[in-house]
Write a protein of this length. Structure first.
Length: 392
């Protein structure tokens, strides 16, 4: 009855079962995986948000495959503040970056064609690829006092069916930004092999450094699609507003835009109230990002303070985003360790393999966690790891 592409194993894994049982029991729980900014104690200007949704212009229907010009101008202004001059004709509005990925995959890939994705990375790509009949091939990121792309492995992963290379800038969960030299090499590979760069920049604004980080949105040496949206930038995932930007050689970009317009016109999924509110919502990012940076820097400092007081666990270097990778004793499988911490300490944390890190020796925590919970949860986590080490 159902398509093979949806033949997933939908059974709840052991960690999810343990989490559900912990919540049902009413026992204390500290969640070190929280990623929904609207549930992390940040302050939002509620009246300004609601006011932005009351625009009378939303009563008129103006279908535009690329999105309302008014909203695309706001996106262009966002990039202009980063020193990137964009034409609004190169911008398409979508309801999410997932939808933007679906447009791009449909544009580039026939069933069975391949897209390269980094590992580690987050697990969304597998479901998107399955739904769209695309095959994913991993290329590794290597760690040596910081993360870098393994270009030797990347190039050996390219086949005649490869259509694009995804970079997550900065990567989730490693926090690795694509360096200028890496971008140049990526462009060389893509231009010589007629491949496309897909740059996921949802965490671009959250660098730990004060130095500006450049976007792929003006990448000109290879056909490039840059994705972002309000979910992370303004901390408004519920507003379902994102975009893709096309850049690169003019002829390829022109052909891509023509085809994308047909794809987008088929759905016309962006609704008018959100499009009309986008200038206001993008303007709200400054206050949200200030709060978030304070939270991330504070939690990172607390993490380093607690790590310095023990010799059981360490963290990997990161440059941006709001996740941190912890290196822990590889005494048991990551799922087993996470379940033990949940049941014995009431602490929920993701095992590294969730992000395609090795199955043993890594955990991933969210720096979005409210400060008190983060400090208390981290103390319990480290205490649990010390106890585990003594029992060996």
């Amino acid at each position: 009855m159902f398509a093979k592409r949806t033949n997933w194993n939908l059974a709840q894994n052991l960690l999810s079962q343990a989490l559900a049982a912990q919540r049902a029991s009413g026992k204390p729980l500290i969640d070190l995986t929280v990623s929904n900014p609207t549930e992390c104690g940040f302050t939002y200007d509620c009246e300004a948000i609601l006011s932005a949704l009351r625009n009378p212009a939303a009563l008129k229907y103006e279908p535009n495959p690329k999105g309302l010009e008014y909203a695309r101008c706001a996106v262009a202004e966002y990039y202009a503040e980063k020193g990137a001059a964009l034409s609004i004709e190169d911008i398409f509005l979508t309801t999410s970056t997932s939808e933007a990925y679906s447009f791009i995959f449909r544009l580039l890939c026939d069933p069975g064609d391949e897209v390269l994705v980094p590992a580690p990375s987050y697990p969304l790509f597998d479901f998107l690829a399955d739904i769209l009949d695309v095959k994913l091939t991993r290329y590794p990121l290597l760690y040596d006092h910081g993360w870098l792309i393994d270009f030797h492995a990347l190039e050996h992963s390219i086949t005649p069916r490869t259509r694009a290379i995804i970079v997550v800038h900065p990567n989730n969960p490693t926090g690795h930004f694509t360096k200028v030299s890496e971008r140049a090499r990526l462009n060389d590979i893509c231009s010589s092999k007629r491949l496309v760069v897909i740059a996921d920049e949802v965490f671009l604004d959250f660098s730990l450094s004060e130095s500006p980080v450049s976007s792929f949105a003006t990448n000109s040496d290879a056909l490039t699609f840059t994705l972002s949206g309000l979910s992370k930038i303004s901390g408004l995932p519920q507003m379902k507003a994102a975009w893709l930007v096309a850049s690169g050689p003019q002829q390829a970009r022109t052909h891509a835009l023509e085809r994308l317009e047909v794809i987008s016109d088929t759905f016309l999924s962006m609704n008018a109230p959100i499009q009309l509110a986008m200038p206001a919502f993008l303007g709200m990012r400054h206050d949200f990002q200030k709060q978030l940076r304070t939270r991330v820097h504070g939690n990172l400092a607390e993490l380093d303070r607690q790590l310095a007081a023990q010799q059981v666990c360490s963290r990997l270097a990161l440059e941006g985003g709001w996740y941190v990778v912890l290196r822990v004793p590889a005494t048991q499988n990551g799922d087993e360790l996470a379940i033990d911490l949940l049941q014995s300490k009431g602490i929920f944390i993701h095992p590294g393999h969730f992000y395609e890190l090795p199955a043993e020796g890594y955990l991933v925590a969210s720096l979005l966690t409210p400060e008190h919970d983060f400090s208390k949860g981290l103390a319990g986590l480290l205490g649990g790891l010390r106890q585990d080490r003594k029992s060996i």
